[in-house]
Design a protein around this ligand. Sequence first.
Ligand SMILES: [Zn+2]
Length: 406
Amino acid sequence: MIWNGARSRMIARRFCMKGLLTMARKIGFALVLAIAAAAGVFFFVVPSRVDRSLNKIVPHAPYEVSEEAQALHESLRLADLHDDALLWDRDFSKRQTRGHTDAPRLIEGGYRLQILAAVTKTPKNMNYDQNSGDTDNITLLTIAQRWPVKTWSSLAERALHIARRAHEAERRSSGAVAIIRSKEDLRERMEAEGLAVILATEGAHPLEGDLENIDRLYDAGYRVLGLQHFFDNELGGSLHGASHRGLTEFGRKAVAAAQEKGMIIDIAHSSEAVVRDVLAISSAPIIVSHTGLRGNCDSPRNLPDELMIETAAKGGLIGVGFWDGAVCDPSVPSIARAIAYAVDLVGADHVALGSDYDGATTVPFDASEAAALTQALLNEGLDAATIKAVMGETAIRFFEENLPEK
Ligand SMILES: [Zn+2]
């Protein structure tokens, strides 16, 4: 009995251990499954959800385009100075069901030249009035989008990675996309078919305070250097920063060094003081890649008209945006009115499109529907030659004249 009792206790204990082990194994398995599911959502669902929620199109019935507008549109070569498509987790070379642009939709819309910008850091609670550079939304996005670990902490690495993504899209496009590095590249592409792409920084914080990074960005293919984004950086004040200061000593050196290499300076998002400083020291024409005009739409996102006039007087180019911060209401007639206002102010030889497509904006049409804008410009009373200029010819000529020789 005693022996039997001990044995049965031992068996019971063994069963108990076995049960515990099985339960532990089950819990472990469930935990692994839960972590895998959470990781799957974080890495594969969140990026596309964020993209979809930030890059919207105003719901609309198909835009009516007259035969006259359609014929005119088909004769145009469109160009646009600002697009953030490379930030998002999608293949630029393939047609997408979200966002505003990709190569197929741009080509369908009649675009021949698109500047693609590298967004590398944006502050939390981003607004047009005042932001600090202490926080950053992009770090989490780089992790969620499975970018290389070195991009998690380095803004220079982020810009270099974005350039690599552009070159991958170029390779996958089977000749539809060409990344342009020189006047010669652009002339060649304009004689052939397909889309020319020029790479730009949105804010020069990827320099990380080191002038030698200009060479790294240039070698990676960047030809436009945007100086600021939503916060003050090592080069100077942002239009939406805390200091509103002008160019720093480093900023002056960076502008000079970039222009020395033939890079084009972009002062979209720069403080008024930075714009004045750049205009004073610049050795080449500059661009405002995506903006509105204060006299047409009194928004804190827009620069005063007098700075637009000065930019144009020095041979510069002004890209008119498609979103509410630039044109006050994101409708096609409102964009056309802003363009007509810019043409009146500085002349069609200094006005271009600067959509800010895929820049966390809501716009009235995607790239494939650009004929709606040609129609609206006709409705606004612009003649065919002016429409041709602002829709693309002015910008194409600007880059043919201002990119590096070879
Ligand atoms: Zn921007």
